[in-house]
Design a protein around this ligand. Structure first.
Ligand code: NAP
Ligand code: MG
Length: 493
């Protein structure tokens, strides 16, 4: 085991007494509440964050509102805003090693992946949306009313946006919302998950260094039920963009009703991965394993339900289990680690409880099923067979390295089984038969479909849910449109 050294910049950042980041600088929290920051590889406390009170939230909203209305932001030319976002991306990239280590220690990311995946995808978000910032245009409209009119639409920023993100990809989720919000000209308040707030605070510092006006990007740390809820209810906020669980998404919708703020939700999934007998076995086996086990299964689009044609069932299950057992699970600073720990003790307990419930309901552990070690929050990649569609493990989002496998023989039967879910985020179908591929893709009720590949994540490709997997789409132009509103102007000539 070769542990990567912690860069002094990252160690120094963890040593700080963190608070919220409001109006361009770290501010003293109004209360004394603190939340421990733990390294999920060791369970050790490595830092702490502030637990926001209502007055901290109010300060952040006040700061964002003032910044949104300031001429420094409002009157900035779109090309200057684009350049600023590009500069920000460059600065994040220049701090990639530090950010990767912070993400690794705080959230359990294998260090070999934290930089190329987490940090560089975040950089990609800012570069992608920087390119949109000076291409946000309305339309000219033909009016049929009596009299002569010149009519057009303007695309305007929606205002102050609260961005509430989960712990599975702290940097990427922040970038996914911040980048389009900033490109659109909004002012933001980011509420990171209480388990992974460290890199959000560093991102806010870098935004000031990049040259954003103070107050355009604020961070409030604290608990979801308090800080998150206060933001969702706040009358001074125009928009909430949320990624997380469906249960919390519903609470946000209710909280947002007070001032009818705009809401987008990217929620859970229980994504089906359908394997026909003619699929390319060399491709489908490793890809199906990584589609559930990557990031230790803590992925909203994780392909957690595998439906395999009976004629290739044993071959696929054996292959996927062999891949599962070959993946090195270990401490995040170990360069050889492919799968890190789960994010928290709570998540460890939750995943273990699901595995137990699967077995109690008649499921069979084909591989894994156990916690690894008694330090940190590691679970072995697990494959469960003998699954009936009504079991909790087949219906609920586990958000851990747990795959459930079901057999099928008929195409329409597997489409119905795949769609028998309250979720509809992502899906995949594997076949060499182009007709079957399109037939199935057209009938799956999910926001994304992979054909001969797992869910594809790209800044230009919309992601979002059918059914209870969410409202709206992120990424691409759709992602930008979440932060814009349309004003129609008609001029009588
Ligand atoms: P969660 O409650 O949905 O948390 C996501 C974010 O929402 C966090 O920032 C959280 O803050 C905040 N939050 C919590 N309650 C809130 C409220 N009432 N109002 C506003 N914001 C609130 O998810 P979780 O409890 O950490 O994880 C539970 C399960 O959710 C997981 O096991 C998984 O199944 C699912 N999940 C899905 C995704 C996804 O991408 N689809 C991501 C994360 C979790 P705190 O962290 O401070 O509570
Ligand atoms: Mg942590």
């Amino acid at each position: 085991m070769s542990l990567v050294d912690i860069p002094s910049s990252a160690a120094g950042f963890l040593d700080k007494v963190h608070s919220h980041f409001i109006n361009g600088s770290p501010v003293k929290a109004s209360g004394t509440g603190r939340i421990d920051v733990r390294d999920p590889s060791t369970s050790a406390v490595i830092s702490s964050i502030a637990d926001a009170s209502q007055s901290d939230v109010d300060d952040a909203v006040f700061s964002a509102r003032a910044a949104f209305e300031s001429s420094a932001w409002r009157d900035m030319k779109p090309s200057a805003r684009a350049r600023l976002i590009y500069q920000y991306a460059d600065l994040i990239e220049a701090h990639a090693d530090e950010l990767a280590m912070l993400e690794s220690l705080d959230g359990g990311k294998p260090i070999a992946l934290a930089k190329p995946v987490d940090v560089m995808a975040t950089v990609g978000a800012f570069r992608y949306y920087a390119g949109w910032a000076d291409k946000i245009n309305g339309t000219t409209n033909t009016i049929n009313m009596d009299g002569e009119h010149h009519a057009y639409t303007l695309k305007e920023p929606v205002g102050v946006a609260a961005l509430i993100v989960p712990w599975n990809y702290p940097l990427v989720m922040a970038g996914m919302k911040l980048a389009p919000a900033l490109a659109a000209g909004c002012a933001c308040i980011l509420k990171p998950a209480e388990d992974t707030s460290i890199t959000a605070l560093r991102l806010a510092e870098l935004a000031i260094e990049a040259g954003f006006p103070p107050g355009i990007f604020n961070v409030v740390t604290g608990r979801g039920q308090t800080a998150g809820q206060m933001l969702s209810e706040h009358p001074g906020i125009d928009k909430v963009a949320f990624t997380g669980s469906t249960v919390t998404g519903k609470k946000i919708v209710q909280a947002a009703a007070g001032n009818l703020k705009k809401v987008t939700l990217e929620l859970g999934g229980k994504s089906p991965n359908i394997i026909f007998p003619d699929a390319n076995m060399e491709k489908v086996i490793p890809a199906s394993a990584m589609a559930i086990f990557f990031n230790s299964g803590q992925v909203c689009t994780a392909a957690s339900r595998m439906f395999v044609h009976a004629s290739v069932h044993d071959q696929v299950v054996e292959g996927v289990s062999a891949v599962a057992q070959s993946l090195k699970v270990g401490a995040c600073r170990d360069l050889e680690t492919i799968l890190g720990p789960l994010v928290s003790e709570r998540q460890l307990d939750r995943v273990q409880a699901y595995i137990k419930s699967g077995v109690n309901e008649g499921g069979e552990i084909i591989c894994g099923g156990n916690r690894i070690g008694d330090e940190g929050y590691f679970v072995a990649p697990t494959v469960l067979g003998n699954i009936a569609p009504d079991m909790a493990v087949a219906r609920e989002e586990i958000f851990g390295p747990v795959l459930v496998v079901q057999k099928f023989t008929d195409t329409n039967e597997v489409i119905a089984a795949a769609n028998d879910s309250e979720y509809g985020l992502s899906s995949a179908v594997w076949t060499q038969d182009i007709s079957v591929a399109h037939y199935v893709a057209a009938r799956l009720r999910t926001g994304q479909v992979g054909v001969n590949c797992a869910a594809v994540a790209d800044w230009d490709l919309p992601i979002g849910g059918y059914k209870q997997s969410g409202w709206g789409r992120e990424n691409g132009f759709d992602g930008l449109a979440n932060y814009l509103q349309t004003k129609a102007v008609a001029v009588s000539i």
